[in-house]
Design a protein around this ligand. Structure first.
Ligand code: SAM
Ligand code: SF4
Length: 344
């Protein structure tokens, strides 16, 4: 079906037709990587050294991001997630949150962070309009934290989690990448965090990227195996997630305040319900987490493109959004930079 026809069907009287791809999936969610850099080097995500960082002049400024979001919001983007690399190492992030929160149509601003710098910034972020946060936590043991993140810092992450709860960022989502032989024996302990506090612990299947080829063969644990192992400490009942389900399936222990989620892009992919696109730190609109399909937005923005021009580029990009990813363990895929998609 031609894109024009879809637009007509989807048109809401009095508003611009919403952004929708060729497979009739409305696109309402924009993930924005504000930096490619990070203060950790998680084994599943980045090599210890040797990454070709993006030069500062190539990184979008806050004003450039604002213009892109204004165009997206005019055609139906409603939710923004700020991610990275590690978004909190970008200076003055609360300023960006405030700018995006003021854009008409944007009604949800979330952050994915490793939590290392969260305790110091959380109040300013909430004051600026941040409503939700996902924090990565793969282990409760400092020795393992160092082995996985290749840097110390578990105490700082735990302080970040406490600070987020104190600041009222409930329900809080915690993301844990499960790896056999590295942290899979902590599944039950991490899941138990959901009993007393309004925490949603989401266990993520290890996804293959160029930088973790050595982990892929032995470390992958399927979501079904994770659920079976967590189920050994108490019955898990399917429940709705905090904001609908997104890519996760949720389950709760009886009487628990939070829930356990599993994100299984490999064993049960969620492409059918995909509602998202992603803006890289250097201004490429990426259409799929695992594919290389992208459109350059930085060049038109820097050349003075109007909001209407940018809206047209958004619409045009829908033609190259693929129906699904074809990722399988052991296959090579694009670099890790694509991965901040998952923290949602
Ligand atoms: N630095 C922030 C953080 O760690 O939360 C935001 C960016 S990080 C790339 C977003 C999420 O992707 C994190 O939850 C991280 O655990 C997850 N992730 C990164 N690489 C992954 C992989 N190979 N497989 C599964 N999840 C991965
Ligand atoms: Fe950094 Fe997040 Fe990647 Fe870990 S997962 S290296 S914290 S960007």
């Amino acid at each position: 079906m031609a894109l024009d026809t879809i637009d007509l069907i989807a048109a809401v009287p009095g508003t611009l037709p919403p952004l929708m791809d060729q497979f009739r999936r409305p696109i309402t969610y924009l993930r924005i990587s504000v930096t490619d850099r990070c203060n950790l080097r998680c084994v599943y995500c980045m090599p210890e050294e040797g990454l070709p960082w993006i030069q500062k002049a190539e990184i979008l400024t806050f004003e450039e991001i604002e213009r892109i979001v204004e165009a997206g919001a005019a055609i139906g983007v409603r939710s923004i997630r700020l991610t990275g690399g590690e978004p909190l190492i970008r200076r003055d992030l609360p300023k960006l949150v405030r700018m995006l929160a003021a854009i008409p149509g944007i009604d949800d601003i979330a952050l994915s962070t490793n939590g290392m710098m969260l305790a110091d910034q959380v109040d300013a972020l909430v004051d600026a309009g941040l409503r939700r946060v996902n924090i990565s936590l793969d282990t409760l043991r400092e020795d393992r934290f160092f082995a996985i993140a290749r840097r110390p810092g578990l105490d700082r992450v735990l302080a970040g989690i406490d600070a987020a709860l104190r600041a009222g960022l409930e329900p809080l989502k915690i993301n844990c990448v499960v790896m056999r032989g590295r942290n899979d024996d902590e599944l039950a302990k991490l899941a138990a965090l959901t009993r007393e506090r309004a925490i949603f612990v989401r266990f993520i299947e290890l996804m293959p990227v160029e930088d973790n080829l050595d982990l892929q063969r032995d470390a992958y644990v399927s979501a079904d195996e994770m659920l079976a192992r967590i189920g050994e400490i108490g019955e898990l009942v399917p429940v709705d997630g905090p904001q609908g389900n997104g890519p996760a399936r949720y389950f709760a222990f009886r009487g628990a305040r939070g829930a356990v989620g599993v994100i299984s892009p490999l064993s049960h992919d969620y492409c059918e319900r995909c509602n998202r696109v992603r803006l890289s730190a250097d201004g490429r609109l990426r259409l799929c987490l695992f594919g290389d399909q992208h459109i350059d937005l930085r060049t038109p923005v820097r050349a003075g493109a109007s909001r209407d021009d940018l809206m047209e580029i958004f619409r045009g990009s829908m033609l190259i959004k693929p129906e699904r990813h074809h990722l399988r363990l052991g296959e090579q895929s694009s670099r890790m930079r694509a991965f901040s998609e998952i923290g949602g």
